[in-house]
Structures are given as structure tokens and as C-alpha cells.
Design a protein. Structure first.
Lengths: 228, 204
């Protein structure tokens, strides 16, 4: 359960300050939620609130009852975040090492870590690449690696900010299909509107505000009209 | 950028040896080379290292090829050192010194080729544990090392992108027209990576 109450967010101070989210309130309990909107409308800012990467200037954000401002650490243990550019998310030189990275400091034994890493790589078709240098993977494989590295920590909520924007159609589909099969609650920001067809709910942002909230069909129709 | 002196998976004895002893052996070999002053000693040292490559699972030609690959970036340095010693102390001294250095480079390469980066970093973290007393977190140092290693192919890739962009716009290759966008891209990348690290709980 995600609860966002009267959130306003402003970057910077004084003269240069810029408000990018205004008075957003929304409660999200659905399993599959999409976020769409024009460039610069505030989508990325909105989803970064969900794991406390950004703390709201005003208002309150809670995930499973935990306030992101006060219990950021616990929130981040529950919320996995997947970014657009996999190269920036992969922090270890080889595939298996990167997946293992998220499991450090969790009090797991070395064999337990190894086991979980192997399982995660198998699930996402990367088992044959365990010891390969990450930079030799294709763009699609890199994004799958980033996804595995997030999922291996077993978050209860997965937030994704345009995970398919840099991928070709096939890889975008592949990532979307894998995401569809996950047990986690998912919040997905995307410009690939067709990926949202089976979603439970889609939020539309425009110029700092949450302007529409409905079924994928209604939201996408609203968004198209807004852009025309 | 496809071939870096990074870990290559394998199951040999050399691969399975823990990182600590391997690094210790490297240090001892380094100290040992200072003591070598006969050609035959250097010859044996080189043979021992090549034998290490052989045990690590490569055929001899493949071992030599890998070895050459590791040495190639440094050959001009070795040549300069060799010439210097040949002129000042005779060809035998030159061969001894260059041979020792060659052995050391090859052994270092063997260690990195057969040990996961993370294991090497873990050893460093363990060894520098005392710095905790002066307020430095050894885990942080380890993370920094790993990020540094990971950054090499990423920055090389960014450099390639900048060069391509310049060519596409027909810009002459001035250092400035190359360096400025590269630094901008690298900083932007660092920003995103910082964000990803925070999301993965590094600061918690
Ligand atoms: N760190 C920052 N400092 C100042 N302004 C920022 C910062 N990050 C984003 N902005 C501004 O906030 C506004 C909203 O940005 P945001 O990234 O949330 O938009 P978005 O909906 O994700 O857009 P896109 O579809 O292009 O990803 C933009 O005008 C952007 O320039
Ligand atoms: Mg965005």
C-alpha cells in the first residue's frame, strides 16, 4: 500500500527554486500501476518519492505504513528501483557480482548468497553469463541484469522508471513480459503506452500535477487528447 | 574494449586458490625478483609463471598469447628499461631486470585473470581494516575500488560516443571539443550511478 498525501516537491532554493510536483494525493493498492505523461511533467520525481530517493518538500509519503522521510532505510529494503540506463545501475564488473552486491550486509552466508544469485540469473536467462564482464552484455541483457539485481533482494514493491526506453521492441517486450509475471506490486513509468494494456490503473501527469487517474484505456485516451 | 585483464571463469587449482594467498604470493614474488641476479634464476622464475598459466587451464600457445596480451600495453616501458640497463650495465643485467619485471607483470595478470574482482577487493578491505581507527570505512574503500574498475569500460564507451558525435557533425578533433562533452557525460553518469547506489541501499 502506497499513500501519498498532499505532496508538493520543489528542487533548489530561493531564486532558482522550481516546483515540479504540486499537491499530489493518491493511494495505490493495485498490483500493476502505470505512470504516463509528457517529458518534464514530474513522473520521475513522483516515483523517486516512493523509495525516499527524493523526500517531499511538503506532504507525506508512506509505503506499507512506513514514512519515507523517517524510515528511509526500511522503505528501501521493501522497494526495488529500476532505472532507464542499465549502465548506471550496474555497479560491479561482472554479472554475478552485481547481483550479489544487493545481498551484502543482510547477514546471509556466502553459500546462501551464491544460491540466490544463481537462481536469480537462471530466472532471467543470464545463467550462462554469470562470470562475464557486465559491459559485454547487450542492452537488453544489461536491463535484465539490473532487474535481476533488484529482484534478488525480494522487494515487495518494484518501481521502474522507463526501463524499456533504451531497448528495441523485442527486448522491451521481453522485459515487460517478465515484469508481468512477477508477484510484486509494480509501478511503471513509461512512454511505451501499449505495455500498460493489462494494467489495473494508470496515472497521468501533466505540468506538475496528477491530472487523470483511471483504467489504462481511459488514461491513455486522456493522455492522447492532452498531447494533440 | 572487449578484452580487459579481468576475471575469466575456470575451475583450475589456480582459480580455486583463495585470493589472499594469491596476492601474498604476488607480493613475495615481487620482493624475490629484487634478489635475482643470474640469468638462469630469471629463466626459472619465468618458467614458473608460465607454468602457472598452464595450470590455470590454458594450452601453452594460448598461455603465451594471453601473456603477450597482458604485456603489450607496457612493452615500451620494458624496452626503455632494457635499453637503459644494457647501456649502463651490459646486456645480461638488462635481460635480468626486464625478465624479472616481465615475470611480475605476468604473475599479476594471472592473479587478476583467475580471481573474481570482488574477492581481490575483499582482501584489500581486510588488509586495510586498521584504517577504521582513523575514521575511514574500509568497506567504502572497497566499493570505491570496484566502482573504479567498473568505470573503465563505461568511460571508454562514453569516449567512443563523444568521438562518434563529433565525427557525425564533422568537427575537427580538438582536445577541448573532445574533453568537455566527455567530462559532462561522465559527471552525468556519476550522478545516475550515485542515485542507483542509493536506491540499492548503499548509504543505509
Ligand atoms: N535535480 C533536479 N534539479 C532541478 N530540476 C530538476 C531536477 N530533476 C528534475 N528537474 C526538473 O523537474 C521537472 C520534472 O522532471 P521529471 O524528471 O520528474 O520529469 P519526467 O516526467 O520524468 O520527464 P521525462 O519523461 O522526460 O523523463 C523537469 O522540468 C526537470 O527539468
Ligand atoms: Mg523521467
Amino acid at each position: 500500500m502506497i499513500e501519498i498525501e498532499n505532496v508538493t516537491h520543489t528542487y533548489g532554493h530561493g531564486e532558482q527554486s522550481r516546483t515540479v510536483l504540486r499537491d499530489v494525493s493518491v493511494r495505490i493498492s493495485e498490483d500493476r500501476v502505470g505512470v504516463i505523461g509528457a517529458n518534464g511533467s514530474g513522473k520521475s520525481t513522483f516515483v523517486r518519492l516512493l523509495n525516499g530517493l527524493i523526500l517531499p518538500t511538503q506532504g507525506r509519503v508512506r509505503v506499507d505504513g512506513l514514512d519515507t522521510a523517517r524510515e528511509g532505510r526500511k522503505v528501501r529494503q521493501r522497494v526495488g528501483f529500476c532505472f532507464t540506463d542499465p549502465d548506471a545501475q550496474i555497479v560491479m564488473p561482472t554479472v554475478a557480482e552485481d547481483v550479489a552486491f544487493g545481498l551484502r550486509r543482510r547477514g546471509l552466508s556466502a553459500t546462501e548468497i551464491q544460491q540466490r544469485v544463481r537462481q536469480a540469473l537462471q530466472q532471467h536467462g543470464l545463467a550462462d553469463h554469470a562470470d562475464h564482464p557486465a559491459h559485454l552484455l547487450s542492452g537488453g541483457q544489461k536491463q535484465l541484469l539490473a532487474l535481476s539485481a533488484v529482484l534478488v533482494t525480494e522487494p515487495s514493491l518494484l518501481v521502474m522508471d522507463e526501463p524499456t526506453t533504451l531497448l528495441d521492441l523485442r527486448n522491451a517486450r521481453d522485459v515487460a513480459e517478465r515484469v508481468a509475471g512477477l508477484p510484486q506490486q509494480v509501478v511503471l513509468v513509461t512512454h511505451h503506452l501499449d505495455l500498460l494494456a493489462d494494467y489495473d490503473r494508470v496515472l497521468v501527469f501533466d505540468d506538475t500535477r496528477l491530472v487523470f487517474d483511471g483504467t489504462p484505456a481511459d488514461s491513455v485516451a486522456f493522455y492522447r487528447k492532452l498531447m494533440s | 574494449m572487449t578484452e580487459m585483464g579481468l576475471y575469466r571463469p575456470g575451475r583450475s587449482v589456480v582459480h580455486r586458490l583463495p585470493a589472499g594467498p594469491k596476492l601474498a604470493a604476488l607480493v613475495l614474488f615481487g620482493i624475490g625478483t629484487v634478489l635475482l641476479d643470474h640469468l638462469w634464476q630469471v629463466g626459472i622464475a619465468l618458467l614458473v609463471v608460465l607454468f602457472g598459466y598452464r595450470v590455470a587451464g590454458t594450452s601453452l600457445p594460448a598461455a603465451l598469447h594471453t601473456a603477450w596480451f597482458q604485456v603489450r600495453p607496457l612493452w615500451w616501458m620494458l624496452a626503455a628499461i632494457g635499453v637503459f640497463h644494457a647501456v649502463t650495465a651490459g646486456w645480461q643485467a638488462a635481460v635480468t631486470v626486464v625478465g624479472s619485471l616481465l615475470g611480475l607483470i605476468l604473475l599479476a595478470a594471472l592473479v587478476t585473470l583467475t580471481t573474481r574482482t570482488i574477492e581481490l577487493v575483499d582482501v584489500v578491505v581486510r588488509v586495510i581494516r586498521p584504517v577504521r581507527r582513523i575514521g575511514i570505512d574500509p568497506e567504502r574503500v572497497g566499493l570505491l575500488l570496484t566502482l573504479g574498475i567498473r568505470a573503465v569500460p563505461v568511460v571508454a564507451n562514453l569516449a567512443g560516443q563523444v568521438r562518434d558525435a563529433q565525427r557525425a557533425r564533422g568537427l575537427a578533433t580538438s582536445v577541448r571539443a573532445f574533453a568537455v562533452p566527455l567530462v559532462v557525460r561522465a559527471l552525468r553518469h556519476a550522478d545516475r550511478m550515485g542515485e542507483a547506489l542509493a536506491a540499492r541501499g548503499v548509504d543505509d
